[in-house]
Ligand binder design. Structure first.
Ligand SMILES: Cc1cc2nc3c(=O)[nH]c(=O)nc-3n(C[C@H](O)[C@H](O)[C@H](O)COP(=O)(O)OP(=O)(O)OC[C@H]3O[C@@H](n4cnc5c(N)ncnc54)[C@H](O)[C@@H]3O)c2cc1C
Length: 403
């Protein structure tokens, strides 16, 4: 395939890059180590694939309103992603929180549409062909032989869910071509807790906000549902919080997570509520107005306060400890469940080494990086796929312009 574009990795970002580039007349070969493509698309969004979000901005990514992220997102917006999928015959609908899902409610529809379009455009899909090494030039040694390409797009993802083929192999390729790497950690990963509090509540879900404190200072507050599980906590809020816990630990800093079980109410509002509630009412019954019954009992019990006692019996110190527990419940995080359960990877190819107008490497001309391999990770809700679509579009546009 001398002279063509080799896309390494046929996940969301690689397939989209191949489609956008082939639509502009380029000959594209996608090389992927997996025998069948799109394993991660199929498991995404609980098998329904949260393709994008109705509203996407740099603030939805954790890199602090980065101009790099802003520029890429502007080049291919969420509306354009919706239109792209409509053209492929996949209409999307909006769900709470702005999440966009296919009307079929099946990730398979999304994958099939991408594969059909790639086939229609004559994209070569070389499956079961893992790229083992890359040398400037570009000479790619693969599990099936040698591939020479004029331009290479690295779309190898990160380390999340390595059994799908995204096992970090792309980082070695980027390094071999001269790039440095921001150290990686799991992100959007369930959290493993010490103690037993969570076990009794396993299966219970409710809305919370989680404040992440690093070295004693609040760094971020993430809202959303929390699901108590036998190992700890999962659900959107813990998943979003997990990357901050990991990044702090990586930097040797102390991370502490505090859950407000009664958002948006703060300490004063919750104390006022308890003071104004009818005195003969039991604590459990009162708390159960705003919390699942099991949580309403478990929190006072954990403090040695009888949930069957009345509000009138509650002494000032006990009331204040209870309010504190309800608004800043410390999560005893031991670890996350790691890359095997993480939805994305934080870290990767540094933003500064890539031109956001083209996704071309500033280090190795002719090399492009798209999707999760980059040091960009977004919150839960369709933002990470949008990153794949946007980076793919930018890279393909630049590949065609410089052909
Ligand atoms: C369980 C789960 C649910 C998710 N749900 C959502 C969701 O609903 N919405 C959302 O926005 N995001 C979701 N995500 C995140 C989303 O899947 C990723 O952001 C996205 O898939 C990244 O796309 P990518 O193409 O960059 O990488 P990947 O999808 O990881 O694809 C990389 C591809 O490269 C191949 N590859 C790797 N190394 C090599 C090599 N050396 N040679 C050849 N091929 C190689 C792999 O086999 C793989 O096919 C979810 C992730 C997980 C794990």
């Amino acid at each position: 395939m001398a002279g063509g574009v080799a896309v390494v990795g046929g996940g969301a970002a690689g397939l989209a890059t191949a489609i956008f580039a082939a639509r502009r007349g380029l000959a594209v070969t996608v090389l992927d180590g997996a025998r069948t493509l799109g394993a991660k698309i199929l498991v995404s969004g609980g098998g329904r694939c949260n393709v994008t979000s109705a509203r996407v901005g740099p603030e939805d990514f954790w890199q602090g309103r980065s101009p790099f992220v802003r520029r890429v997102l502007r080049s291919f917006t969420a509306d354009e992603a919706v239109a792209f999928f409509r053209e492929l015959g996949v209409t999307l609908h909006e769900e709470p929180g702005g999440k966009m899902f296919p009307d079929s409610n099946s990730a398979r529809t999304v994958l099939k549409a991408l594969l059909d379009e790639a086939a229609r455009l004559g994209v070569t899909l070389a499956t079961g062909e893992r790229v083992l090494s890359a040398a400037p030039g570009f000479v790619l040694e693969t599990s099936k032989g040698r591939v020479l390409a004029e331009r290479v797009v690295l779309a190898t993802g990160g380390l999340s869910l390595p059994k799908t083929g995204s096992d970090g192999g792309g980082y070695a390729l980027a390094r071999a071509l001269g790039h440095s790497l921001v150290p990686t950690t799991p992100a959007l990963a369930p959290l493993v807790l010490d103690g037993a509090f969570h076990k009794a509540l396993s299966g219970v879900a409710h809305d919370v906000t989680i404040a992440v404190h690093v070295d004693g200072r609040k760094q971020v507050e993430v809202p959303g549902p929390l699901l108590w599980t036998h190992f700890g906590v999962s659900g959107p809020a813990p998943l979003d919080a997990s990357r901050f816990w990991h990044r702090a630990r990586l930097d040797g800093r102390e991370a502490a997570l505090f859950v407000n079980l009664l958002p948006p109410h703060d300490f004063e509002a919750v104390e006022r509520w308890l003071l104004e509630a009818p005195r003969p009412a039991t604590l459990a019954k009162t708390l159960a107005q705003r919390l699942p019954a099991s949580v309403a009992s478990a929190v006072p019990e954990s403090l040695g306060i009888d949930p069957a006692g009345t509000l009138g019996q509650l002494k000032r110190d006990a009331r204040r400890s209870l309010v504190h527990a309800l608004t800043a419940w410390p999560l005893p995080v031991r670890d996350s469940r790691g890359y095997g359960f993480a939805e994305v990877t934080s870290g990767g190819v540094p933003q500064g080494e890539i031109d956001p107008a083209t996704m071309q490497s500033r280090i190795a001309p002719g090399l492009y990086c798209v999707g999760e391999i980059l040091d960009v990770d977004g919150r839960i809700g369709g933002f990470n796929f949008q990153w794949a679509w946007s980076t793919a579009f930018v890279a393909a546009r630049a590949l065609a312009a410089s052909a």
